[in-house]
Design a protein around this ligand. Structure first.
Ligand SMILES: [Mg+2]
Length: 268
């Protein structure tokens, strides 16, 4: 397998199964949650890459995926044909960056400020047992809003979560933003203990499929798009792309599960 891994990767239009691409979620699919990839998985992906095109699609930024999938001497962008960080807002094709997008570019400064004013006023008037700091975190593809603030301690987070569950603080907050800005085309996701994400509708993992479809311009029409993910249930971050009519979805529980499915599907 080492010989395969070290050999030259054929061009995208020279792959034996030219019209097929395999896309992978990262956490729980290629790696154990928040951990690094195994050498066995990398070897298998390299073998697969000699048959079909491969790509990952992860919600975190590329720095995180480099930590989990790459090494100090191996850039993650050399291990996959397509790297879709932040669901594809940051994208690489054969090691070369594609046009990127951002939340602020999409929403514009004026609308953004209206939204921020509303959120900060709402938090200012909110009655909750504790408030700390960093109530809005500005990220490339979204904003993350936390009524208690992101620099709450672990203990304060646990307390907040319990309070939120009892009183529906985040749920109500999201409803208020929706009512105030019905036309912004935003979507909301309550996750983790203390916060929720606000991002444009459609900026889930299906976002990356436009990059895959754009390959037609380069002469490769991916008529078969396999997607592998562990959170394919409704409300999970793989749900939309798993359900999308353009993909063939595979639910896996662990990286070992992914490996077994790949061996079966592609005779590796
Ligand atoms: Mg996952």
């Amino acid at each position: 397998m080492a010989a395969v891994a070290a050999s030259v990767i054929p061009a995208l239009d020279q792959r034996p199964v030219k019209n097929t691409i395999c896309l992978f979620d990262v956490d729980g699919t290629l790696t154990p949650a928040r951990r690094t990839v195994s050498p066995e998985m990398l070897a298998l992906l390299s073998q697969l890459r000699h048959k079909v095109a491969i790509g990952f699609v992860g919600g975190s930024d590329l720095v995180k995926q480099q930590e989990q999938l790459g090494t100090a001497s191996v850039p993650v962008t050399s291990l996959f044909d397509f790297c879709f960080a932040e669901n594809g807002l940051t994208a690489y094709r054969m090691g070369v960056p594609l046009a990127s997008s951002s939340f602020i570019k999409w929403i514009g400064e004026e609308s953004y400020q209206k939204l921020v004013k509303f959120i900060l006023h709402y938090i200012a008037d909110l009655e909750i047992p504790k408030k700390r700091g960093t109530f809005i975190e500005f990220r490339n593809g979204m904003i993350n809003v936390s009524p208690i603030g992101r620099n709450a301690s672990i203990e304060e987070r646990n307390e907040y979560e319990k309070h939120d569950l009892e009183h529906g603080i985040r749920k109500k907050f999201v409803e208020e933003i929706k009512a105030a800005f019905p036309d912004l085309g935003l979507t909301y996701s309550i996750g983790g203990q203390i916060s929720f994400d606000v991002f444009p509708r459609g900026w889930d993992k299906t976002y990356c499929l436009q990059h895959v479809e754009a390959e037609k311009q380069h002469g490769t029409d991916y008529t078969t798009i396999h997607f592998f993910g562990d959170k394919t249930y409704q409300g999970g971050n793989d749900y939309e792309i798993y359900e999308d009519s353009r993909t063939i979805g595979h639910t896996v529980k662990t990286p070992e599960d992914t490996a077994a499915e790949l061996k079966k599907l592609f005779d590796l």
